[in-house]
Write a protein that binds this ligand. Structure first.
Ligand code: ADP
Length: 580
């Protein structure tokens, strides 16, 4: 969709406001063009001594009223139209937010956060201006231009008018050339601003790392560099915009020179009165605003187009996961994974190959294997963050795609290895998964996740703020708060993705013990690099390079003496050494 199609659609939806503003502007134009004619008449009557003081006063009174009416109407159209243009900003921001919130991880892997934030602010502002300033200035300018030209042609002198119009085609050519430069310059400027945003976002996110590596100075220098480039790019765009003004000035100057020369000749030969020439030059003066308006519109449209070309691909990017399923809530949770293979778009090797297993409702599956074996990938497929390349993942006999995404999310609780805590209190962070939970339920979940005692030791207990403006929690505390959050949801399917990696073995054993007791038919998948986390699981899959290399229970796997058995012995030895 082009900028013009989008604007057209928007204007159709808000046609009442645009019509009201248009009519007001037409009123202004009619009033504006009648002023010079009245003044011309007054001058001619004064020169001919046919105007008495009373008539002069009343004529002046009329002119003052007309001036006030023009002022009032100008205020009125702004009040009618600007709220609508801000509405376009709101609509576009909502659309962008909707789009972003429906995208999967691969989209965010391709896009940079700072870039997306720049689109939501800077670029949308530029497009918003096209719906307000540009359309109005365009309408106002065109209306005044047509009225003034018509009056000059039919009411003053058509020969002088045609003569004065001679330089205008050159101005149109200049406008076309300047606007393409303005477009390119704005595009560059918007991109530079995005880069600056990216840098700020990334630097602030990683400020501790940069500080510990002594890289703050270098990063500040990079920032200064980017800020300089962004300022240069804006300046270049402004410089091109400034080129409209001399183009208008030159054109009007040429028009005035031509018409004064020829008009003077006409007056000399008595073909027109001096009053006519005066009002003609005043009309020429009235063309200044429409000409500037044209320049302003061309420039705003060029800027809006540059911003829209950056926004449109994001707004029209389809959902990475199609939510076309119809099945509602799933009550129980038997899982069947049938010959599933998956490869990340930019990878050459498969992350999972021909993976198959079944898990009865209420059972626990352990997923182990070296880093990069595909454990997280399997969990992502279960969460429908990605679509498998081949094979199916089934919940209660139906492929995951057959369920509505929301239904699926309602039955799955997921704890990632690095959970995200929001800037809110601990209790609010836990209650995210179930906003109506009572304090008792929140505390019960925290006890199951073995974090209750830690929370009581914080200055404000459950009300202690965490996240950006709150206290800093250890990795293990964050993980346990996330586990409490997941347990509070009481979803029938629980996915723990190395969710206990930062917790000591003793606490891990306590949490897993609580989980077993509180399970009540809940199906659990535990991915872990530590084998103690899966030793009690009903089934264990050992993954390596995306393939199952061993499977069975803990005892069976120890007996088969493969990777699992040797890793077990190694981790046991490591644990006993740590205990010394
Ligand atoms: P594990 O959880 O067992 O450590 P993963 O499932 O995270 O392993 O990774 C499996 C393979 O897929 C690895 O080779 C990894 O490099 C690759 N991989 C993981 N995430 C992505 C991603 N978002 N994009 C591309 N490749 C990925």
């Amino acid at each position: 969709m082009t900028l013009y199609e989008m604007l057209g659609g928007f204007m159709r939806r808000h046609w009442r406001n645009y019509l009201a503003a248009g009519l007001t502007l037409a009123g202004i134009a009619v009033l504006t063009v009648s002023v010079p004619r009245r003044i011309g008449h007054i001058i001619d009557q004064l020169v001919g001594h046919t105007l008495g003081p009373d008539t002069l006063l009343s004529e002046l009174g009329i002119l003052v009223v007309m001036g006030l009416a023009i002022y009032g109407l100008r205020v009125a159209w702004r009040l009618t139209l600007f709220p609508v243009s801000y509405q376009l900003g709101v609509e576009l921001r909502n659309r962008l937010y909707q789009r972003l919130s429906h995208q999967g991880p691969d989209f965010f892997q391709r896009q940079r956060t700072g870039d997306l934030m720049a689109l939501a602010t800077n670029d949308i502002d530029a497009v918003e201006m096209t719906a307000g300033e540009a359309i109005l200035a365009g309408f106002d300018g065109t209306m005044t231009l047509v009225m003034v030209l018509a009056t000059m042609l039919f009411g003053v002198d058509w020969r002088l008018t045609l003569l004065a119009l001679l330089p205008f085609p050159f101005m149109a050519l200049a406008f076309g050339w300047i606007s393409s430069r303005v477009h390119d310059a704005w595009r560059d400027s918007l991109e530079r601003f995005s880069q600056l945003n990216d840098h700020v976002q990334e630097t602030l996110g990683g400020i501790r790392t940069l500080r510990s590596l002594g890289l703050v100075k270098r990063s500040a220098a990079e920032f200064a560099d980017l800020a300089g480039h962004a300022a240069d790019a804006s300046l270049a765009a402004q410089r091109w915009e400034a080129a409209y003004e001399p183009a208008v000035g030159l054109t009007l100057g040429a028009a005035v020179t031509l018409s004064l020369a020829v008009g003077g000749y006409f007056v000399w030969h008595g073909q027109i009165t001096i009053g006519t020439l005066t009002s003609f030059t005043m009309y020429l003066g009235q063309l200044i605003w429409p000409m500037f308006a044209m320049g302003w519109v061309t420039s705003l449209l060029a800027r809006g187009k540059a911003a829209w070309e950056r926004l449109e691909p994001i707004l029209s990017e389809p959902d990475s996961i199609i939510d076309s399923g119809t099945l509602p809530v799933v009550a129980t949770s038997r899982l069947d994974v049938r010959t599933v293979s998956f490869q990340y778009p930019e990878q050459s090797a498969a992350a999972l190959s021909d993976l198959s297993f079944s898990l009865e409702a209420g059972q626990t599956l352990g997923l182990v294997g070296p880093t990069g074996a595909g454990k997280t990938t399997l969990i992502r497929l279960l969460l429908r963050q990605y679509q498998p390349g081949s094979g199916t993942l089934e919940l209660n006999g139906n492929a995951l795609e057959q369920y509505r995404l929301q239904a699926l999310r309602d039955v799955i609780s997921w704890v990632p290895q690095e959970p995200f805590l929001f800037s809110a209190s601990i209790s609010e962070n836990i209650a995210l998964s179930r906003p109506d939970a009572s304090r008792g339920q929140i505390e019960q979940a925290a006890r199951l996740a073995a974090i209750h005692d830690d929370i009581l030791r914080f200055p404000q207990g459950y009300e202690t703020p965490v996240g950006e403006k709150g206290i800093t929690l250890s990795g293990g505390q964050r993980q346990r708060i996330a586990i409490a959050r997941a347990l509070l949801a009481e979803a029938p399917l629980l996915l723990l993705d190395d969710a206990l990696s930062a917790v000591d073995t003793e606490t891990e054993t306590r949490i897993l013990g609580h989980l077993r007791n509180a399970r009540q038919g809940r199906t659990v998948i535990i991915a872990s690099h530590r084998l103690s986390a899966v030793m009690d699981a009903d089934h264990i899959l050992v993954l390596r390079h995306g393939q199952v290399t061993e499977r069975g229970s803990h005892t069976e796997l120890l007996a088969s003496d493969g990777w699992y058995a040797s890793q077990w012995r190694y981790q046991q030895l490591e644990a006993s050494l740590n205990d010394l």
